[in-house]
Design a binder for this molecule. Structure first.
Ligand code: G6Q
Length: 537
């Protein structure tokens, strides 16, 4: 992070210390308008923040000093910005709907491959949706089970729930991720083998959890249908690893490929979205891509002062580095977005949870905020208390849709009233004086006073559709990118995840060995011994 540019931001924080959000609104009647903008179907009101024009200018300078413009171009044009893995970062190519686009990696245009896989997915999704894809006994598919984990699970799960109103309801979708056998067992109780399609979604096709679940599902299917050949009719793969897919017994004709330049947590618009495409159909899927594409173009072309992902990123940095806010909260007021916070959690925390700069030096500032959240209004009845009156500063993003897919009486008005009221209360609070005017007993005044001055962003769209969902995901993807650029960290590797994949193998061998090696620390050895005793080994 550029020290000089940051110093300026810091100075302004100090200077404005005494001004609250309430004061800022009182000073400038045009503030709401001034600090709002529209992009790709989303309206962002960021006026309820501890900012003024000078702070925003200083923050934009920070982005400029990080060469953000050039970095954005490097990503969009396929430069190998994931240097620790020697890879390009091109999830934007997956939704580039310009028929003339050419994007080269190692001298080869990736776009023909992107279009080909998309068409292959569309054809396959059609055959399943129309009942033309027959299982081993000749029955049509009714159940689709996606087996994958992390980036090969969270996106499809989140989007499958989000786009329920667009899904073919005669098909039932399940997502098995955890290596806890309960996850698979409970799913298999819900489906019938002869009507089930398993999608094994794994970029590497070596991930322990996914491969173990896929092998177990295969064994179950063969047992149920009493023929090994049935596997070809009930298993397809989404992967970059053709050999491993063939070794598993899946016909590579039924493999949907993607590329090493698609990071797991950015892979929803790749073939990893196959289950989603089967659910919503190729036309709606294309609309999802269109939404992504609109936000991509906005991000690539808008000046920073009017660039939604850049603004969200800069505000995040202001609170994280300037005010010491360790976490931020994402609060969708839409039940269909119930898994959106979990999806963002991976996107943000796996990308910027890094403590070493691109030069291999330890960072001298904090990076990667903790991201969390729940749908409203549920959260209001649990953790909002701490946001309103606790000792931590937790900036929040509120997300709402003007129209509901399920109008029932005035429920939706009530939902949205809660959203708006929360941002109002968080920003403006309630003074002791106001409490007294309401007749609050003097003894209770300190407890019923709300400091306010809590920053929020509000994101509104007319309706949650495939297009607006795509734009929303892209908005946060690019926000995370911008923060990674400013913090000067590599956002597209995940060595911590890789470590987990290796560590468990060593322990597993000791859980099952005739005699454990005893090579771990005393605590781990004790836990292994206790487990072995309990299971009779
Ligand atoms: C995402 C991470 C990680 C990954 C899973 C699954 O960016 O790399 O969450 O997606 O570990 O990996 P596979 O798709 O290779 O099974």
């Amino acid at each position: 992070m550029d020290a000089q540019a940051w110093e300026k931001v810091d100075e302004l924080i100090d200077k404005n210390q005494t001004k609250t959000i309430k004061d800022l609104f009182a000073e400038d009647p045009k503030r709401a308008e001034r600090f709002s903008l529209e992009a790709a179907g989303w309206f962002l009101d960021y006026s309820k923040n501890r900012i003024d024009a000078a702070t925003m200018k200083a923050l934009v300078k920070l982005a400029e000093k990080a060469n953000l413009k050039a970095e954005i171009e490097k990503m969009f044009t396929g430069k190998k910005i994931n240097a620790t893995e020697g890879r390009a970062v091109l999830h934007t190519a997956l939704r580039n709907l310009d028929p003339k686009a050419k994007i080269k990696v190692d001298g080869k245009d990736v776009m023909p491959g992107v279009r080909k896989v998309l068409a292959q997915m569309g054809d396959f999704a059609d055959t399943v949706r129309r009942g033309q894809w027959k299982g081993w006994t000749g029955k049509r598919i009714k159940y689709v089970v996606n087996i994958g984990i992390g980036g090969s699970d969270l996106g499809p799960v989140m989007a499958n729930i989000a786009l329920t109103p667009y899904a073919k309801r005669s098909l039932k979708f399940f997502f098995v991720s955890n290596v806890d056998s309960t996850h698979l067992a409970e799913t298999l109780r819900e489906v019938k083998a002869d009507q089930t399609l398993f999608i094994v979604a794994s970029k590497t096709f070596t991930t322990q959890e996914t491969m173990s679940n896929a092998e177990a599902a295969k064994a179950w299917l063969v047992k149920e249908l009493k023929d090994k050949k049935a596997v070809a009719k009930h298993f397809v793969a989404v992967s970059t690893a053709a050999k491993e897919v063939a070794d598993f017994g899946i016909d590579t004709k039924n493999m949907f490929g993607f590329w090493d330049w698609v990071g797991g947590r950015y892979s929803l618009p790749s073939a990893i979205g196959l289950s989603l495409m089967i659910a919503i159909g190729r036309t709606n899927y294309k609309k999802l891509l269109r939404g992504y594409y609109k936000m991509d173009r906005h991000f690539r072309t808008a000046r920073f002062e009017r660039n939604m992902p850049v603004i969200l990123a800069l505000l995040g940095i202001l609170y994280h580095n300037g005010y010491g806010a360790e976490s931020y909260c994402v609060l969708p007021y839409d039940q269909y977005l119930s898994r959106f916070p979990a999806y963002l959690q991976q996107m943000d925390m796996e990308s910027n949870g890094k403590c070493v700069t691109k030069d291999g030096e330890k960072v001298t500032y904090t990076t990667g905020p903790i991201e969390w959240g729940e749908p409203g209004t549920n959260g209001q009845h649990s953790f909002y208390q701490l946001i309103h009156q606790g000792t931590h500063l937790i900036p929040c993003d509120f997300i709402g849709c003007a129209r509901t897919h399920n109008p029932i009486g005035d429920l939706h008005d009530k939902l949205m009233a809660n959203l708006f009221a929360q941002t109002e209360a968080l920003a403006f609070g309630k003074t002791a004086e106001e409490c007294r005017k309401e007749g609050v007993d003097e003894k209770l005044v300190p407890f019923k006073t709300f400091e306010g001055n809590k920053p929020t962003n509000t994101l509104l769209t007319d309706e949650l559709t495939p297009e607006t969902l795509g734009a929303l995901v892209a908005l946060y993807e690019h926000k995370v990118f911008v923060q990674g650029v400013i913090w000067n960290v590599y956002s597209y590797d995940q060595w911590g995840v890789q470590l987990g994949k290796v560590l468990a193998k060593g322990v597993l061998s000791d859980l099952v060995a005739k005699k454990p090696s005893g090579r771990h620390d005393a605590s781990t050895n004790q836990l292994i011994a206790r487990y072995r005793r309990a299971v009779g080994r």
